[in-house]
Structures are given as structure tokens and as C-alpha cells.
Design a protein around this ligand. Structure first.
Ligand code: SAM
Length: 517
């Protein structure tokens, strides 16, 4: 990409052309088929190349959607006449003017090549579904070359993870720190009055502005150049989202530092800085959600280090560790991500691998965690939420609403001591089932699990009293009456039942397995 042109009129026409070509996620999936789509997710282009090869030879003329996939996703040359047909009002000339494509000449048979990746994106949220197009730098699959260090990333797995865990309640001001191509900022326009996107990369901001204009949302996104919180110092936001450059990278010669993933700090300092510092820009009640990696040092549990960050943040904090990798697995993941593989360049691979292991050894790192961090500035008073948990199983995205409900349930519980909780009525959420495990021949289960079908897909082990309590939660009796009745049935004082089950009941309410009537 030399220069993207931010011409609102031309971009408005481009939007119409792209929609007319059925260049949507559904349209592309229909043309490519599941096999080619899945292969593309693995960065394998051959099936998609075969599926789009018909673009120029079809007797009915080139299929516009296939032409666009071939040019803007696969990075292959297409005939000028094919791109003119795919973008009937913008044409190849307009695409070139916007900085999207470069034409070899003006003849209809001349080749045109994409200068950027431009692909459809779809999402649904509380307001319905949206179709956008996201421009970013062409990836390795299209160029066949390693990425440049100022590469601007398109929408990746981490981007969608963050978008899906984001709490999407109506907000006045939202900050997207490290906006990149602007995808989180675009999502925020759906539930915020004003959005600020920041980035250390001027190129990223060019793409973000282009994408905001193409989506027709530029009037609600302000973009600012600068590092971390500097561009918004002294301001307050109701929601901060960040998919920051959290990859831990050795600062050694011969190890490239990619702007999109490497924040330029040693170890996990960038995530620490964000977790401990973001409170400075959070309005009371404001929420910050970010993804991150953290180092697990020898002799420490992962939650000690991250928990200490939470303590320093002065905020409510909830961390879900989703993955853990040992230093070798981590090094392999990120060296490959940068385009170096042992097959392509064994010397570079071994050099980088050793640099990663040296770097981890220098800080006694035994592993690296990856997870989702949710922080919240209490409306008043001191933080009450401090939760660090490991959930590596399948979760049911989008989790944004689950996280919002859980935060609200936490506040509800905080406002009630056990006596007040005793006066409430609860029901079992519709997605909860009970699993009983019996030793063959036994009449009583040795293990009872309460399993959540949605959300985080939690499984909670329940003893006799808790299983009895939950089984009776149909909203007709108060918590206190249920505890009394269980005491009678089990032949123990109600106070013992309360001490046994109420802490777990609180957990089930906070996690949405029990609902307040
Ligand atoms: C992993 S990308 C995330 C892009 C996008 N928000 C998403 O969710 O896909 C991280 C972004 O942070 C930017 N970045 C790197 N260092 C930064 C810093 N010190 N301050 C702000 N942004 C930074 C990079 O340029 C990049 O655009």
C-alpha cells in the first residue's frame, strides 16, 4: 500500500459495488465452498484458487465475487475488464485512485493487482447483523513474502475473540487502544455515541480511517496517533477495548519486531502497563476489556503475577486464562506467525528459537498464559471483584452478554448479605443440566455435576445439599425456606446447610446457573 485515498464519495460507491457483487461473507462462502474456506483459515490458498479460476473463463462472464476474492484475498492478478465488471461504478480506475489496486495498463486485458487486502466481514450484535469490508495489508498468502515489520493486520482470531467478549451495553464514549484496521472501533459504533481509536502506527490509522469511511461510520470514530494512553491522557471513557500488541518477543538482533504484535517492551510489560494503568481513563462504572499474554515464572502460579497487577489497578478485575504454552511452544507459534519456518530458513529458525528461549530463561519463565481481562472502575468505593480462573474448555461465543450479566449479578450479590439473600427467590437457568455419575450397581451418585450449556460452559460439582437446593429452585420458595427445608430433610441445623450451600449458591448466581426471580 502506498497511499490509501479517503474519498468519501468514491468509498460510498465502492460500498455499493461490493454489495452488488455479493462480496459478503455469505457470498464468498457460497462461491468457495466449505473446503476452500477452511483451507484459507489455515493459510492454504490452493482450493480457493481453483474455486476462483473460473472468474475469467466462465461463458456467462466473470463472476464479480470470484474476481474480488482472487484479487483482494488471494493477491492474484485479474484482467482489468474483470475488475471493471466487478466494480461497475468505481471501476479499475477508481480502485487505483483509492489506492486499492495497481493496473499494468489501460487495456481491458491488462493485469490488475491488489495493493491491499480487502475482504468482507460480518457480525451480529444486539442491533442485528452488519456487513462491512475491511482493508488491511496483504498477507503472506497473497504476497508470498514475509510480513514487513509495520504490517497492518486484518481481522484475525484475536480480533473476533475480543469483539465477541466485549460487553455491548449502550455507552457514551469508547476507546479502542491499538485500533489497527479499526475493527473494534467499528463494533463500538454500534452501541456508543463516540469512539476514539488510537494507534502507534500511522499506517494503521490510514487503514482504520479508510474502513470507517467505507462502513459509513467515520463521523463517530476519532482517530489519534500515539502510544498507549498518551493520546487520551486526562479523558474518561465508559468502555476501553484493546487487543494490544501483547506478544512476548526477545529484543535481540535477527529477531524481527512486528508493530502489530510487539509493543516494544520486555516480557509482558505492555499488558502489565495496560492492566495497571487503564484505570486512569475509566469513568466510574466504566469497563476495560483486553486480551493479553502473561509470563508464568518459576515457582509461581499464573494468578499470583496477574493478581498482583489487578491489585495495583485499583479496579474490579476478572481474568480468564484460556491457554497456556511452554516457552518452546510459544516460540514456535510466534516465529511461524512472522513467516519464518524451519523448511524455509533453518538457520533463521534456529537463531530465533534460541533467542526466544534465552529471553524466557533470563526471567525464569516456565510458561506463558493467554487470556481475557475484564476490569471495571467501581461507581463508588473500593473494588469488590477479584477473580482469576482458568477455563480452557469450549466456550460459547459471543460471551459479551454473559460477562455483562455476571458483572451485574456480582453487584446484586454484593448488595445482599446472607440474610437478605435468604429472602430472594431463584430459578435454574434454562441451559443448566444435571449430570450424575454412579459407580456401577450403586443407587446414589458419587458425583453430581451442574453443567451450563451456554456462556462459559461451566461444570460445577455439587454435594448432596447443593444438588438438592438447585433441584428445588423453581422460584416458588425463598432461598431461606429452601435452606430450612433441606435442614429438615438432611437432619442438620439450617445454619449448617446455609454455611454449606450459600457460598456455592452465590457462585451459581454470579455465573448465571441460577437466576434471580
Ligand atoms: C494486535 S493489533 C490489534 C488490531 C485491532 N485492534 C484488532 O483487534 O484486530 C495491535 C495494534 O496495536 C498497535 N500498537 C503497537 N504498539 C502500540 C502502542 N505502544 N500504543 C498503541 N498501539 C500500539 C499496533 O500498531 C496494532 O495496530
Amino acid at each position: 500500500m502506498d497511499d490509501l485515498r479517503h474519498d468519501p464519495e468514491l468509498l460510498g460507491r465502492l460500498r455499493d459495488d461490493l454489495a452488488g457483487a455479493e462480496y459478503t461473507v455469505a457470498g464468498v462462502e457460497e462461491r468457495l465452498g466449505p473446503l476452500a474456506v477452511a483451507a484459507l483459515h489455515r493459510e492454504e490458498a490452493v482450493p480457493a484458487l481453483r474455486a476462483t479460476d473460473r472468474s475469467g473463463t466462465d461463458p456467462s462472464g466473470p463472476d464479480p465475487c470470484r474476481t474480488l476474492v482472487r484479487a483482494f484475498v488471494l493477491g492474484r492478478a485479474v484482467a482489468r475488464r474483470a475488475l471493471d465488471a466487478a466494480l461497475p461504478t468505481v471501476g479499475t480506475a477508481g480502485a487505483a485512485r483509492l489506492g486499492l489496486a495497481v493496473a499494468a495498463g489501460a487495456d481491458p486485458d491488462d493485469e490488475v493487482r491488489a495493493a491491499v487486502d480487502l475482504r468482507p466481514y460480518t457480525a451480529s450484535d444486539q442491533g442485528g447483523s452488519v456487513d462491512w469490508w475491511i482493508a488491511s495489508d496483504l498477507g503472506e498468502l497473497a504476497t508470498g513474502r514475509s510480513l514487513r515489520t509495520d504490517h497492518v493486520l486484518g481481522v484475525g482470531g484475536a480480533s473476533t475473540t475480543l469483539a465477541q467478549v466485549t460487553v455491548r451495553t449502550p455507552r457514551r464514549r469508547v476507546l479502542d487502544l491499538g485500533t489497527g484496521c479499526g475493527i473494534q472501533a467499528l463494533h463500538a459504533t454500534r452501541h456508543a455515541e463516540a469512539v476514539v481509536g488510537t494507534d502507534i502506527s500511522g499506517r494503521a490509522l490510514e487503514f482504520a480511517r479508510f474502513n470507517a469511511l467505507l462502513a459509513g461510520e467515520s463521523h463517530r470514530i476519532g482517530l489519534r496517533l500515539g502510544s498507549m494512553l498518551a493520546p487520551v491522557a486526562g479523558e474518561l471513557f465508559d468502555l476501553v477495548v484493546s487487543n494490544p500488541p501483547f506478544v512476548i518477543t526477545p529484543r535481540s538482533p535477527g529477531v524481527p519486531a512486528y508493530e502489530y504484535r510487539d509493543g516494544g517492551r520486555a516480557g509482558d510489560a505492555i499488558v502489565e502497563e495496560l492492566v495497571t494503568g487503564v484505570g486512569a481513563v475509566l469513568a466510574p462504572g466504566g469497563v476495560a476489556q483486553l486480551l493479553g499474554n502473561w509470563e508464568v515464572r518459576r515457582g509461581e502460579d499464573w494468578h499470583e503475577r496477574v493478581g498482583e497487577w489487578l491489585d495495583r489497578s485499583g479496579l474490579d478485575g476478572w481474568v480468564v486464562q484460556r491457554e497456556w504454552q511452554d516457552p518452546a511452544q510459544y516460540a514456535e507459534t510466534w516465529i511461524r506467525d512472522g513467516g519464518t519456518t524451519p523448511e524455509r530458513d533453518r538457520a533463521a529458525w534456529e537463531h530465533q528459537y534460541a533467542a526466544w528461549l534465552d529471553d524466557f530463561e533470563s526471567r525464569d519463565v516456565e510458561g506463558v498464559g493467554f487470556g481475557i481481562v475484564t476490569l471495571r472502575r467501581p461507581v463508588t468505593g473500593a473494588p469488590t471483584l477479584r477473580r482469576l480462573e482458568e477455563l480452557t474448555g469450549t466456550v460459547h461465543q459471543p460471551l459479551g452478554a454473559t460477562i455483562a450479566t455476571s458483572l451485574a449479578a456480582h453487584d446484586w450479590l454484593e448488595a445482599r448479605d446472607d440474610a437478605a439473600l435468604g429472602a430472594e427467590r431463584l430459578t435454574v437457568a434454562g441451559d443448566v443440566t444435571e449430570e450424575r455419575y454412579l459407580t456401577p450397581g450403586a443407587s446414589d451418585p458419587s458425583v453430581v455435576l451442574l453443567r451450563q450449556g451456554g456462556g462459559f460452559g461451566r461444570a460445577v460439582r455439587a454435594g448432596t445439599a447443593l444438588a438438592g437446593f438447585v433441584g428445588a429452585c423453581d422460584g416458588s420458595l425463598t432461598v431461606g425456606s429452601l435452606v430450612d427445608a433441606l435442614g429438615d430433610v438432611l437432619g442438620v441445623p439450617a445454619s449448617d446447610v446455609a454455611a454449606d450451600v450459600l457460598p456455592s449458591v452465590r457462585g451459581l448466581v454470579e455465573d448465571g446457573l441460577l437466576l434471580v426471580v
